[in-house]
Design a binder for this molecule. Structure first.
Ligand SMILES: Nc1ncnc2c1ncn2[C@@H]1O[C@H](COP(=O)(O)OP(=O)(O)O[C@H]2O[C@H](CO)[C@@H](O)[C@H](O)[C@H]2O)[C@@H](O)[C@H]1O
Length: 490
């Protein structure tokens, strides 16, 4: 099968969050299973060019319709860790992707509306007829709209579209200027509530909604989040749309890339280990302490890695830092936010805790340090308000680092409480709490720290269970292939 992923992010070249990891891992899994896979993404000025092999121009003149004219683009090809990637570079005064960051600009919606158009125009002009075009999030949700409104008429009748929604909090809501820019000419048609009309803001258009309406299949990244978004008011206004299209909506838990996240071969950590050689994890713990100048003692290390976004439960993270220190453990945080106020808040906290030998907050994005933390920490905290899937708990499990999570979204589908889960003992792999408050958090984190200190054998057994859990791309890869088959034959 020929599959093209159209995406705003791809690890290891253009990563803001978990979406980048998913495209990276899933594309490899599909290729291993004998499919032809290509990836189309913007040519950002801010990409990690050192991670792209053999980058060269393949199309000098791609003209992409925009407003009343067209924007001249070039297309480059290169390999990102063996994945075949096409990078689209527009040449216009807008400098859509020639900017220091990936997101965070007032014209973000127009930038990605343009990218989606450029991506399908590129597929069309280069004569590619993939079986499936797999789009990701609001940034590429207009692609199926373009396909069915413009390109099908031109003879592009073969491809089917699968849209994966990694987060309903971001939908790409914009005013009618979008229609003029994109050539989607008939306002009454596209503003209609059956198409792109935003359910919450009258007169506005919603790209993600358009993607749901026009795609052949829509997934989100866990069954629990699929249920929460459709039936529990977590769809940020799109609950009704999901209901109307529920026949083509489902959840597939993400995998993690076991080549990248594997303590047995990880080159970012000083000591490699597996289930049988778990002792070596403590060399990584020492290395982590050395790197972050933490005291070397008998205490557990509790870690948090993630975007510092309200989604991640920042008040509970803050509370967890003090609670952890009070309970005689150490705390390590790695995170950053595009919001200066949130960063400033955590910088304030960092200054306040500067003298503690048991706490380190690292405010920034650091892939290498992330590996060392996954390996060196004993517990990984994920106290999210909502969490579509969550990758940090799955990576932590792989490294024998025990997740302490709130039972929402994908966290509820992947972590099972040591003491309370309705699961056989060998499948229990972490600590889980329900209520989004201090007592909830303490009920799980307190048990985890106490088990580490008072029942080391039990904790060790839990670590082994964690490392046995299979969250590779093996199963989700097959699930996506089944979806692709279903829509091709539908
Ligand atoms: N400061 C930092 N330095 C280094 N590495 C950092 C970092 N901050 C985060 N990371 C890394 O980025 C990834 C984040 O994964 P998450 O599951 O938290 O994704 P996110 O919420 O961004 O994405 C959304 O999409 C993903 C994928 O579908 C869903 O799992 C998730 O629930 C949804 O919110 C992890 O690999 C983590 O290690």
């Amino acid at each position: 099968m020929f599959v093209v992923h159209v995406t705003p992010e791809l690890a290891t070249v253009a990563k803001v969050g978990g979406l980048a990891d998913v495209v990276f891992g899933l594309s490899r899994e599909l290729a291993i299973r004998g499919n032809h896979v290509e990836i189309v993404l913007p040519k950002y000025a801010s990409m990690r060019y050192d991670q792209i092999y053999d980058l060269h121009e393949v199309h000098r003149d791609l003209w992409v319709p925009w407003y009343d004219g067209a924007i001249h683009c070039s297309v480059y090809f290169g390999f990102v860790h063996d994945r075949k990637c096409f990078f689209i570079e527009p040449h216009s005064g807008d400098d859509f992707f020639d900017r220091p960051a990936i997101y965070g600009y007032p014209d973000d919606v127009l930038r990605y509306a343009f990218f989606s158009r450029a991506a399908i125009e590129f597929l069309w002009q280069s004569g590619k007829h993939p079986d499936v075009i797999h789009c990701h999030d609001w940034q590429t949700a207009l692609l199926p709209v373009y396909l069915y409104e413009f390109y099908q008429r031109l003879g592009m009748t073969h491809p089917r579209v699968c849209l994966t929604i990694h987060n309903f909090a971001h939908q790409g809501v914009v005013d009618g200027a979008l229609l003029r820019a994109t050539g989607l000419q008939h306002p009454e048609r596209f503003h209609h509530h059956d198409r792109l009309g935003d359910p919450r803001y009258p007169g506005m258009l919603n790209l993600l909604k358009g993607g749901i309406v026009y795609s052949n299949f829509v997934t989100t990244v866990s069954p629990r989040y699929a249920f929460e978004t459709k039936d529990q008011g977590q769809g940020f206004g799109l609950e009704g749309v999901l209901h109307a299209h529920q026949i083509k909506y489902g959840g597939v838990v993400n995998g993690i890339d076991y080549d990248l996240w594997n303590p047995e071969i990880d080159r970012h950590i000083p000591a490699r280990y597996g289930i049988e050689t778990i002792e070596a994890k403590y060399d990584d713990k020492r290395a982590l302490r050395q790197r972050l100048m933490l005291a070397d003692n008998e205490k557990a290390i509790v870690a948090f890695i993630g975007r510092l976004d309200p989604q991640k439960g920042l008040e509970l993270v803050r509370h967890a830092i003090f609670y952890t220190l009070e309970r005689g453990a150490q705390f390590v945080l790695l995170g950053s936010s595009p919001d200066p106020a949130i960063n400033a808040d955590f910088w304030g906290l960092k200054r306040m805790l500067n003298d503690s030998p048991d706490c380190h907050l690292e405010i920034g994005f650091d892939e290498d340090l992330a590996h060392l933390i996954y390996a060196g920490a004993d517990m990984m905290l994920v106290p999210s308000r909502f969490e579509p899937c969550g990758l940090t708990q799955m990576i932590a499990l792989r490294y024998g680092t025990i997740p302490v999570v709130r039972a929402v979204g994908g966290l509820a589908d992947t972590v099972f409480d040591k003491d309370h889960a309705a699961r056989p003992l060998h499948e229990r792999n972490g600590y889980v709490f329900n209520d989004y408050d201090h007592a909830g958090l303490e009920s799980a984190l307190g048990r985890a720290i106490a088990c580490y200190r008072d029942y080391p054998d039990d904790f060790r057994a839990l670590m082994r269970n964690a490392m046995h859990t299979d969250y590779s791309w093996n199963r989700p890869g097959q699930d996506y292939l089944n979806i692709y088959d279903y829509i091709r034959n539908g």
